[in-house]
Design a protein around this ligand. Structure first.
Ligand code: NAP
Ligand code: ZN
Ligand code: ZN
Length: 350
């Protein structure tokens, strides 16, 4: 078997608009599956990356790490999947498989020499540069794909592979559930999944958004309360309230103001990945024994658990399906916080 040439959308240079191109996918190895990609979500991380905000320099880059599709072919040693299976691929496509974190199923925190291999803009273990899901096909090792339950539509399931797991993992880790007050900061792609999942787990959910513009949506998605952070009264009214705050904001934020909303012993988890460093005043933490933590996506077993949880609870992403020639326009709308709540590319239009 030889490499296959497939269609894709790539950013040719930092900040340049994405354009249609072709890329090579590797020949199927022993444990590889070839996936016919049906849908790819647009994550804000795709935008940070192609705008050079995280310092990547190797262009062109085909973004996309919220991939949903159908298995088209399998390598000779594949045991987990067969042609026709509905599968997803998230933010990484390999890892060392030997470190403590990989052995524990926490591949996202792989401490191996090159860490988890990003689905795009990374160097794969075979030395090739990885290219992501804004494409018609991808080849991945069967151990780095997950099964999408029949109960989930493929298009609305795609964003679960990053946005869904990124919120599910900290909600599970910090035990969101009945009796817990959870705040989600930012009602975008990540945030709206946080509201749905935290509500399904039984927590009391509050959205902290820049304005009340999306209030009706937030309440419909499962929030119990909705407040505007542009109103200083919000920070007075909600002081010492939450057990858990999940910050999904893609821009700089005054962390101390938000830490003040945690009750004694509460935890704020940083999920957003803005370009600049953020600061925390020590007193914001020690005055109420508060914690400031971070969390990154989730491992393969937990991603499968999240998909099964979503299927069981009838949860998926609220999406706006777009043809590939509207990717650049969608990026502008994400940057303007004008997304309800995830753009998903119909890859048949590539
Ligand atoms: P998104 O859809 O753009 O949502 C971000 C939300 O943040 C916006 O909808 C907006 O919500 C709020 N926001 C934007 N600019 C703001 C500003 N200047 N001040 C205050 N709030 C602002 O992005 P996303 O795809 O959810 O990703 C969010 C962030 O998480 C990105 O930085 C992304 O790279 C990162 N991320 C991290 C992980 C991880 O594993 N930790 C995984 C995926 C993504 P409102 O309109 O409601 O205020
Ligand atoms: Zn992402
Ligand atoms: Zn590892």
């Amino acid at each position: 078997m030889t490499h296959t040439t497939v269609h894709a959308y790539a950013a040719p240079a930092p900040k340049a608009p994405l354009e249609r191109t072709t890329i090579e996918r590797r020949a199927l190895g022993e444990h590889d599956i070839l996936i016919d990609i049906k849908f790819a979500g647009i994550c804000h991380s795709d935008i940070h990356t192609v705008r050079g905000e995280w310092g990547h320099e190797t262009f062109p880059i085909v973004p996309g790490h919220e991939i949903a599709g159908i298995v088209a072919e399998v390598g000779p040693g594949v045991t987990r999947y067969a042609p026709g299976d509905r599968v997803g691929v998230g933010c990484f496509v390999d890892s060392c498989r030997e470190c403590d974190n990989c052995r524990a199923g926490l591949q996202q925190y792989c401490t191996g020499e090159s860490g988890p291999v990003g689905t795009y803009a990374a160097t794969d273990r075979d030395g090739e540069f990885t290219q992501g899901g804004y494409s018609t096909h991808i080849v991945v090792d069967e151990n780095y794909a997950v099964r999408i339950p029949e109960a989930l539509l493929l298009d609305a399931a795609a964003p679960l592979l990053c946005a869904g797991i990124t919120l599910y993992s900290p909600l599970a880790h910090w035990q969101a559930g009945p009796g817990k007050k959870v705040a989600v900061v930012g009602l975008g792609g990540l945030g709206h999944m946080g509201v749905k999942i935290a509500h399904a787990m039984g927590a009391e959910v509050t959205v902290l958004s820049q304005s009340l513009r999306k209030k009706d949506d937030g309440l419909r998605l499962g929030a119990d309360h909705y407040h505007a952070t542009s109103d200083p009264a919000t920070f007075l009214a909600l002081a010492d309230t939450f057990d858990l705050i999940l910050n999904t904001v893609s821009a700089d934020l005054d962390l101390d103001a938000y830490l003040g909303l945690l009750k004694t012993g509460g935890t704020m988890v940083q999920l957003g990945a803005p370009e600049n460093a953020l600061t925390v005043s020590p007193g914001s933490l020690y005055r109420r024994r508060r914690s400031f933590a971070g969390s990154m996506i989730g491992g393969i077993p937990e991603t499968q658990e999240m998909l099964d949880f979503c299927a069981e609870h009838g949860i998926a992403s609220e999406i706006e399906l777009i043809p590939a020639d509207r990717i650049n326009e969608a990026y502008e709308r994400v940057l303007a916080s004008d997304v309800r709540y995830r753009f998903v590319i119909d890859t048949s239009t590539i």
